[in-house]
Design a protein around this ligand. Sequence first.
Ligand code: SRM
Ligand code: SF4
Length: 509
Amino acid sequence: MSNKIEAIKKEKDGLAVKQELEKFAAMGWENIPEADRDVRLKWLGIFFRPVTPGRFMMRLRVPNGILTSQQLRTLGAIVDRYGENGNGDITTRQNIQIRGLPIEDIPEIIEQLQACGITSVQSGMDNVRNLTGSPVAGIDAAELIDTRPLIMKLQAMITNNGQGNPEFSNLPRKFNIAIEGGRDNSVHAEINDVAFVPAYRQGRLGFNVLVGGFFSARRCAAAIPLDAWVPPDDAVVQLSRAILEIFRDHGPRGNRQKARLRWLIDEWGIEKFRAAVVAKLPFELLSAAAKDEIDWDKRDHLGVHRQKQRRLNYVGLHVPVGRLYATDFYELARLAQVYGQSEVRLTVEQNVIIPHVPDAVLPSLLREPLLSKFRPEPPPLERALVSCTGAEFCNFALIETKNRALALARWLDQQLVLPQPVRIHWTGCPNSCGQPQVADIGLMGTKTRRNGETVDAVDLYMGGKVGKDAKLGTCVKKAIPCDELPEVLRQVLIEQFGAQPRGSERPPV
Ligand code: SRM
Ligand code: SF4
């Protein structure tokens, strides 16, 4: 049994469009064959957007979420060309998507990206997605393993040094890999197809390995232990390769709703799956360490923090729902250059960190105008807000998310005094890109009928726990009309999160 996407891949490999890009650019978006335009171009990270036809989105790869000032400037200059259509988003995989791009310009954009060391290759569809790692790798005083060199090696292997890797261009489905190097599980290890979490085995520091975590409309599952421990070196790359080869060669390809790695693990059982991995490895796969080192609550990295390097700080800035415009890219580039070492980090909470800020210039950085837009200490609900793209650009969306999420968080922050941040995640449809299952309060877009009319609504998720003992939240109430949500959430926050009312204002309907 096959499906439409398998047939498209069989007819022509996704990566083959690399050779045809100039031709597509010359013919214009209306004339590109549909399977190439809507499906295969995603192998180059180029997404046709039915909501804004003619204005493509590009999903980059930002391994470990690290960008330089030069790269930020290049991104700013690219989106700047498209006026009000041009913008970017920080994604829930510590990555950047840029928008508003006409196909005619994309070959040149790819050259500009390549010139500054960015690739968008294999960032969508049935490929290994952006590799996430600790956002404070190398600067966190309490870090156990610096994830950066491992992520870079893995990215080089998976993308063939950014050129595209035909070995992994025909997986049965998407594939997520994360490497955690700290104590707080900043990458959400539990929701990745493969995750490495720090663990001591007989006194030696390395990683325990988790497999099979994923979200989909059909099913959500937390990752389970592979019963494996690897040292923090090439073994990480070799193990990832072995698992990818097994997934590629044996993963189910019939029903796309049942094609993620976990379905193969369930079909085989974890012992058979592990044995298949062992058979491929050039080294002996050790059993897991008795416990891992994830023993902290998850940090959000906002505000000012001391680095492990003396007299240096990192400053986490809150980017409301991850949205960046050209001027923001330029300003972040400048701030990182003037106050830091021309580098920023992205987080899976869709925020930015400026590392390496010396004590002496910290007060000046905190006075910069950009910091009143991207605040280091925003109010508690806005602080912990995450939102997927939603109906503004995504044709799967059942509701608009980002603007609505921001307006509601701001209203609730005005209404209530919160004893601590409450993590609210919005997602526009059951695909769960905004990860509502990891949130304290998760909101998943849907539609409902009220007085004979169809209205925007959300399913309410609760109970998600992150950091140590991470646990997925579940749906506790279905189909709350969006215009009733302000009052519903206000009540939930008072009753379950210790919020105190301030006064009363009109809700943002
Ligand atoms: Fe996602 C499809 C956006 C993270 C599960 N996701 C899509 C598409 C490509 C659909 C489309 O073609 O329109 C969305 C693009 C909309 C747009 O224009 O931006 C989209 N996903 C996103 C992003 C941008 C959300 C965000 O605002 O941050 C995230 C990009 C990550 C990246 O940089 O690579 C994003 N998507 C996720 C995550 C979260 C994660 O990885 O931690 C998930 C759930 C975790 C997982 O995959 O296990 C996720 N996206 C999906 C799915 C359901 C997958 C499945 O197995 O069924 C789809 C639909 C699909 O693949 O068929 C999807
Ligand atoms: Fe689009 Fe749905 Fe993903 Fe949101 S969750 S970006 S609406 S596919």
